[in-house]
Design a protein around this ligand. Sequence first.
Ligand code: PBG
Length: 331
Amino acid sequence: MHFPEYRARRLRRTETLRRMVREVRLGVDDLVVPFFVRHGKGIKEPLRSMPGQFRFSPDTLSKEIKQVDSLGIPAVLLFGIPRKKDPVGSEGYARDGIIQQTVRRLKDTFPDLVVITDVCLCEYTDHGHCGIVRDGTVDNDPTLDLLAKVAVSHATSGADIVAPSDMMDGRVGAIREGLDESGFENTAILAYSAKYASGFYGPFRDAAESAPSFGDRRSYQMDSANSDEALREVALDVEEGADMIMVKPALPYLDVIWRVRNAFDLPLVAYNVSGEFAMIKAAAANGWVNGDQCMMEALTAIKRAGADLIISYHAVEAAQIIQGLSKKASL
Ligand code: PBG
């Protein structure tokens, strides 16, 4: 292929031509919306570092999810903020815990909506770590029983998919066993397989009140320099019974998404995390970038890298653009 016989610009001449040769198409079916939920009634608290995002109580969340459902978005991912925290995060598996109540309510109101629950302890522990702490470090093996208990309690409430985000070794196997023993062999596991220790989780930790009270998460979350290790992490989760695998964050790790895509055939999910969202919002608020265009470009890039599904705080706005309900950003 040579110039002047080949001119790449011929097929870029009009929007219709561009539409015909577009390789990647972002659809509403690709999107999952994360939500933060807390106890109470009538709550819709704006999150300072995530413009347009809120903490909801179960009743106001139901109203919000009507919109998600009517846009055709297939799934939501729930994060809970408990009434009280303790060293073992016992509110995480309480029958009347915030996630348990919310899942029951949502599955009642929206039976077709896929409800995914984040399985982790950091929102529920008083030290803010993702497992049981002994001698200043997170103790892997005793944490596994607790995670399985949380997953079973989410499944009992009706969760379709449980998503462990703790990064303990062996947790997918422990959760699969726990679910199967309790008769939840049809509850799926979405494993946060390659989850990096990332500065991009900052706004999330404000929203979920889950920042660690000492130290950091580098002894369990991955080092951002590694991608061979990501393949090992994914392989372990697949062997242990994961139904879907995840790379998180998304934009700084597109190469990891690409490598995982080429090595595994399970549905691959990318988490476009809070800091990625906040950066686009902040720059757009300053008039420095076109927020809608950057949002659609970022989501398309994540799909192009190989993700099948994208968890994103942009999901509702992106779905509005895809459905033609809001001005089309040029893709
Ligand atoms: C809980 C969890 C975190 C996120 C998802 N699940 C925070 C963390 O690991 O510190 C981050 C999501 C986001 O930033 O949007 N372990």
